[in-house]
Each structure stands twice: as structure tokens, then as C-alpha cells.
Design a protein around this ligand. Structure first.
Ligand SMILES: O=P(O)(O)O[C@H]1O[C@H](CO)[C@@H](O)[C@H]1O
Ligand SMILES: O=c1cc[nH]c(=O)[nH]1
Length: 253
């Protein structure tokens, strides 16, 4: 019997896990857990698919957040109720700087709060910043695997289309408030767009939880709009390796 509203999980199922790896895509949960020891399926409800794995003696829960801030906030809140204190998001992303390539790895230090959910945890003046130890672990894990990540700011939007200034082929519309914003964030040295880090980083900082964020670049918005399936797979494998190594380092710290 679930002890939380949505996730279908209990404290006993988490075996005392203090660290969670939180991808957006539910299908990614199993792929991540299977890279750990003793992978075990826990539950699948709505967008939340949960697995448990071990890194050494340390249990680590993997739970997908689905897309966007509201569902991230539920995932984090309910995992925290079950004892989790550290959250590592591993996602895909669209780069907006011309020098960042598809396949590159990005570690987010802070997010531009283009979401709504983070405002339910702290006013807009409050920064969406990553935890230093999580960021350090993600950066060092990447370097240890021969990958030098870009480190910096991510624009985190509630919408994939207008909020990331995609003039979709159906309507051709982007609401005026978002017209010109891709160029604006480029000029302000923002690395990329994704959809969860603003909520994750704001709520974790505000609630006294730790959070970090790593993403693999699957498109560069200055070059193309549609990602290549093979590239998505290889990029995902790369960032999954990084997040698992980072979790291992945090677990043994
Ligand atoms: O690959 P995930 O983790 O889902 O992350 C990115 O992909 C989704 C959009 O396609 C959004 O969730 C965005 O943040
Ligand atoms: O461009 C992109 C690619 C992945 N995820 C996003 O949110 N945006």
C-alpha cells in the first residue's frame, strides 16, 4: 500500500535510499537502474516509473518525473517524504549556443525560471541554483569518463514550443512575450533549454534538499530542430554514465 499520493512507493521499498536519480522519460528509469547493482522494479504510476539499484552498499532510487515542473514537484516532494535528500536530474536538452555540439554534456549551475511551479516554492527573486556538491560530483564524474562538460546556466521552460521560441509548423505562432527570447538568452550566455531544472533547483534549495542537473545535447537550435534517433541513444548513454558515477561519488562521500 503506497505511503504517498502518486508514486506508489513506501519507505520499505526504498530501503533507506537517500539519493534519487530523476530522469524525465519514464523509459529511462529502467535503463539507468540496470546500470547499477541488483536493479529492482518498484512501481509505475502515471509518468512516475521507479526502480531501485545499488551503488556499492548504497541504495539509490530512480524515479522519472515526466515532463515539466508540476510533475517534478510531486516526484521530489513524495520522494522527500520517503527519506530522499539528494536529487540528480539527468535529461536531454536543446543547446542554443553555436559552439555547443550535439552529443555534448552540460552541467547546470543555475536555471532561468521560465516555469510556473517554482513560484509556488519561492518568489522569482529567489535563484534556481544547484547544490555545489552535486554540481562538483557531476562535473568530476564527467571528466573522469573523458568528457569535459560545459558548465553554466540553463533556461527552463514550462513549454517546449512557445517558451523555447519554436514557431511550430501548425500555427506559426509564438506569443509576443517569447518572441526574440532565444536570441536574448544566447546573448546572456545561457547554454540550453530544457523543462524541469527551474522547479527542481528552486524547490530543493528552498526546502533544504540537494539537487544537481546534467543533460545531453540532442539538438542545437542554431543548426537543426529534429534530433537523430542514434544520437539520442548515444548521448543518453553518455549522460547516464555520468549521473551514475556522480551518484556513486555522493553516496561514498
Ligand atoms: O529528456 P528529459 O529528461 O525528459 O528532458 C527534456 O526532454 C523533454 C522534452 O522533450 C523535457 O522533459 C525536457 O526537459
Ligand atoms: O530542445 C529541446 C530538446 C530537449 N528538451 C527540451 O526541452 N528542449
Amino acid at each position: 500500500m503506497s505511503e504517498v499520493f502518486h508514486l506508489g512507493l513506501t519507505k520499505a521499498m526504498l530501503k533507506g535510499a537517500k539519493i534519487a536519480v530523476v530522469p524525465g522519460d519514464p523509459a529511462r528509469s529502467e535503463r539507468i537502474a540496470r546500470r547499477m547493482d541488483k536493479p529492482e522494479f518498484l512501481a509505475s504510476t502515471r509518468e512516475f516509473t521507479s526502480w531501485l539499484g545499488y551503488l556499492g552498499n548504497e541504495p539509490v532510487v530512480v524515479c522519472s518525473t515526466g515532463i515539466g515542473g508540476p510533475s517534478v514537484s510531486i516526484c521530489v516532494e513524495e520522494l522527500a517524504q520517503l527519506g530522499v535528500r539528494t536529487f540528480l536530474r539527468v535529461g536531454t536538452t536543446g543547446a542554443i549556443q553555436p559552439y555547443i555540439n550535439v552529443g555534448d554534456v552540460l552541467v547546470t549551475t543555475g536555471a532561468v525560471r521560465l516555469d510556473g511551479a517554482s513560484r509556488h516554492f519561492a518568489p522569482l527573486e529567489y535563484p534556481a541554483v544547484a547544490d555545489f556538491a552535486c554540481t562538483n560530483a557531476l562535473y568530476n564524474a564527467a571528466v573522469a569518463q573523458g568528457v569535459t562538460p560545459y558548465v553554466g546556466i540553463t533556461a527552463s521552460s514550462d513549454t517546449f514550443y512557445p517558451g523555447q521560441e519554436r514557431y511550430d509548423t501548425f500555427s506559426g505562432k509564438v506569443y509576443p512575450a517569447f518572441q526574440g527570447t532565444l536570441k536574448q538568452w544566447q546573448d546572456l550566455n545561457v547554454m540550453n533549454y530544457e523543462m524541469e531544472s527551474a522547479t527542481l533547483l528552486t524547490m530543493c534549495a528552498a526546502l533544504g534538499l540537494k539537487a544537481g542537473m546534467v543533460a545531453g545535447v540532442i539538438v542545437n537550435r542554431t543548426q537543426q530542430e529534429i534530433p537523430n534517433e542514434t544520437t539520442i541513444k548515444s548521448t543518453e548513454e553518455k549522460v547516464v554514465s555520468v549521473v551514475i558515477e556522480a551518484a556513486r561519488r555522493l553516496a561514498s562521500a
